[in-house]
Design a binder for this molecule. Sequence first.
Ligand code: UD1
Ligand code: CA
Length: 466
Amino acid sequence: MKNIAAIVLAAGKGTRMKSNIPKVLHRVAGKPMLFYPLSLLSGLKPGKVVVVVGHGAQDVKAAFKSNKISYALQKEQLGTGHAVLIASKALAGFKGDVLILSGDVPLISKDTINAFLKMHRGNGRKKPVVSLITTILEDPRGYGRVVRDSSGAVTRIVEDKDCSVLQKRINEVNSGIYLIKSDFLKENIKKLGKENAQGEYYLPDLIQMATSQGHRVVGLTHMEPDEVMGINNRIELARANALMRRRISDAHMLGGITIIDPDTTYIDHGVTIGVDTTIYPGVHLRGDTGIGANCIIEEGVRIEASRIGDNSIVKSHTLIESTVAGNDVQIGPFARLRPGNDIKDKVRIGNFVEVKKTVIGKGSKANHLAYLGDSVIGDDVNIGAGTITCNYDGVNKYQTTIEDGAFIGSDSQLVAPVRVGKGAYVGSGSTVTKDVPPDALVITRARERVIEGWAKKKRSKKSQGH
Ligand code: UD1
Ligand code: CA
């Protein structure tokens, strides 16, 4: 959008978070909270986006590398007004409206910003030099209060710490989201003082400046306070997470996904899910994850940075990380898929099976109690209970290859590097250290002996007192 530039304030220390991590990097539904205003802006396409960084500047910049963003460094955090002063230097040649967002207000929606822009620009009468979004809070503590005159026009904002007893009772608060005419901003931002309770340059003081110069200020009162909530401490962080999660779950449900209990389902921003999939309680779907259509994800499952194909079932209490799985697979209960697996269609991985950096071919099964690491397993292979690929000699890791149609008997160890040929059999209880040719049987157990009557004889000796 032309004639719009944006400033995002993200330099504050976030003292109330009591954290070593910059506030705007704390996560909401899997993303650093600054991600949300930035992605809203990327949809709006302003001429320029300036992010003011300070506390933890290097980390913040590293988290959001983009040629569409320029950063302004606020070395000392002297207040929101000072932050905008620094950012406005990057807008030297710009003429139009400057949209100011806070890095700690992640729930604000695109619809609200569009309505705000329309209001600011479409006012038939004298155009406002400043517009701001306000909201009504039952408990307005901590926020700047909106003071209006007898005609209802906004005259100024008073910060919580500067409020008189009467002002403290005002329920209308400043959301920290503004549209300001660039000419007015440039001329007045340097005039802000810091004679206030916090000794800071307050950006909202521009409002009083505007009204005292005879300009119009317009306040858009937003009726959903949740959307404009700022995150200042970990209680608010948890609340914002709950609200964002609910928003994400609602979108999935409206898109045709059954979520049994949205309150205990944790789906990160950006996760995709196909229609008619059912998600049970206590499921975490994290990071860049995609679940296919018509799947069942049972209770207590965590899937991170993975793909699961259509018609698949992930049973209770399974953990899957950085894995790609095909269609019609069944995984779990109690399975652990560590990073780097490529699981083809129709594979079954059962309880207490751990899989790492392993390819498992179509239709192969490892139904119980196994460790498969650094392996390449073909199609239609059967891995018996208790199979272990011994991939590590204490220094290096080696690969195990199991070709199509092979059968690995229970309680076998495959000592890598080793290859089991196509269609070969490994007898139960074998320790395989050499390659097995196709269609062969390998068996390494000691020969079985049966001694008739041995136990009976032993018992009778005992009873005779020997
Ligand atoms: C601010 C507003 C308050 C409003 C509230 C809404 C001021 C003085 N007060 O208060 O009226 O009700 O937001 O959430 O603006 N920041 C900087 N540099 C600084 C100081 C802050 O970049 O020197 C950034 C912070 O990182 C944050 C944003 O500005 O993203 C708001 O700062 P914060 O200290 O959280 O202001 P509030 O006390 O919440
Ligand atoms: Ca804040």
